[in-house]
Write a new protein. Structure first.
Length: 423
């Protein structure tokens, strides 16, 4: 690289793209030229977010001697993949600065700068300090404890923090920082801002995988999790409105450290379940819950809570043990959602919130969690499952008005309206 090329690179990091015959998108140039210390990139899949931060990492190491650049991701495989993109830029530039050491996870240059790919394990990465640039890839999937452990690395050096990700539901530090009011530069890049993504691909993925998944993966919306147990739950959520008359029913999931959850509503004449009430809280005695739960509801409760069931019965509640098979219960709730036989009103805040978080394990998590959904964010949903699985164990038959009975002969005989008066 000539002196003029090196000077151009120092002034404009986007010159790195030219080394591979590429031109940075306008938003990528904005990131490369930004001087903000905290940046959140909420980007579509395949938009080029990891490509641009890899170029930024290399630029920091080349231009600023003694820089320490850390690449963090939920798993070491992911941080290594980002590191390989850094190496591709480095080789494309003709290895402008020789390296002192190069391995599968670290590049050290002769100017003293280092770029290191780290595993996503909190206890193994706490020793680094004086970090110039910290890049967190797949940030929406990085656990809160890992994020809390890497933030202090920037305390003395006042280095930069760049977090990039596609959304992963309304959970975790990335979502909180994105939706909060902290001093972040926030940049959202949907598939529409990426000229390399064909609209025909989006249309096909929408047909095959559903609108909610596309909204998250390509539309950058924090609306759904990959592998949600109830991906269509939103269609059951209705605005505030009068609830029809019917049988008053409810479900209860007992808990102390885990939340106690109860949901209740009405099963109308068309066999539609309307949920309009909720009780949710941790470390609260059962007596306090009992004081506010309605007694004119027939409850279907967690069958594991035998003592709690007896206590509520002694307090005048009508309840039975709910059906507790997870898979059949999920199937019953899902069937009601698809058949528009479940209506959830806004008062059921925690039930709606859990529906956006309760998910199946990813392929990497199945060894730890098995095939069933992960046992988190499911307490109000468990109460719903006990209720629906029990009342729907028999085939549901919508209410139909019986045909009007025809009057018998003797009824007709005594009906004065049928007689013709004589004149």
């Amino acid at each position: 690289m000539s002196i003029s090329d090196a000077l151009a690179l120092a002034l404009d990091p986007a010159c790195i793209f030219l080394s591979q015959g590429l031109i940075a998108d306008p938003w990528q140039r904005d990131i490369l030229l930004s001087q903000r210390s905290h940046v959140l990139l909420n980007c579509s899949r395949q938009s080029g977010k990891s490509t641009v931060v890899a170029a930024l990492a290399l630029h920091q190491a080349l231009i600023t001697p003694q820089s320490l650049v850390l690449l963090v991701a939920p798993a070491q495989r992911q941080s290594h993949e980002l590191f390989r993109k850094v190496l591709r830029w480095y080789h494309a530039l003709g290895e402008t600065l020789p390296s002192r050491r190069a391995s599968a996870s670290e590049l050290e240059l002769t100017n003293g700068s280092r770029i290191i790919a780290l595993p996503g394990v909190e206890r193994t990465i706490r020793s680094y300090s004086g970090v110039s640039l910290l890049i967190i890839d797949e940030a929406a999937r990085v656990p809160d404890d890992l994020y809390r452990s890497v933030r202090p690395m920037l305390a003395v050096s006042r280095g930069r923090l760049i977090a990039l990700s596609t959304p992963f539901g309304q959970q975790g530090w990335f979502y909180r920082e994105w939706s909060g009011d902290g001093p972040w530069q926030r940049l959202q890049i949907t598939w529409k801002e990426c000229p390399r993504i064909d609209p025909a691909l989006i249309a096909e993925d929408t047909r095959s995988l559903g609108q909610a998944w596309v909204d998250q993966e390509y539309g950058c919306l924090f609306t759904a999790l990959e592998g949600l147990v109830y991906p269509e739950f939103a269609r059951a959520c209705v605005p505030e409105q009068p609830v029809p008359e019917g049988r008053k029913l409810g479900g209860i999931d007992f808990g102390w450290r885990n939340p106690f959850a109860a949901v209740w509503g009405v099963l109308d004449r068309d066999d539609v379940l309307w949920l309009h009430g909720e009780r949710y809280g941790s470390a609260i005695p059962l007596s306090e819950h009992a004081a506010v739960l309605p007694k004119d509801v027939f409850w279907h409760a967690d069958p594991a809570g035998r003592t709690e069931i007896e206590e509520l019965r002694c307090r005048g509640f009508n309840l039975c043990k709910g059906h507790n098979d997870i898979r059949s219960g999920i199937a019953a709730v899902s069937a009601r959602i698809r058949q528009d036989a479940l209506k959830v009103l806004p008062a059921c805040v925690n039930l709606i919130k859990e529906s956006r978080l309760y998910r199946y394990p990813s392929p990497q998590e199945r060894e730890q969690f098995g095939e069933n959904p992960i046992d988190r964010h499911n307490h109000a949903l468990a109460a719903l499952r006990y209720l629906v699985a029990t009342i729907d164990r028999r085939p549901r038959v919508p209410h139909v008005e019986p045909p009007a009975k025809k009057p018998t002969f003797w009824q007709r005989l005594h009906d004065e309206r049928l007689w013709t008066p004589l004149r």
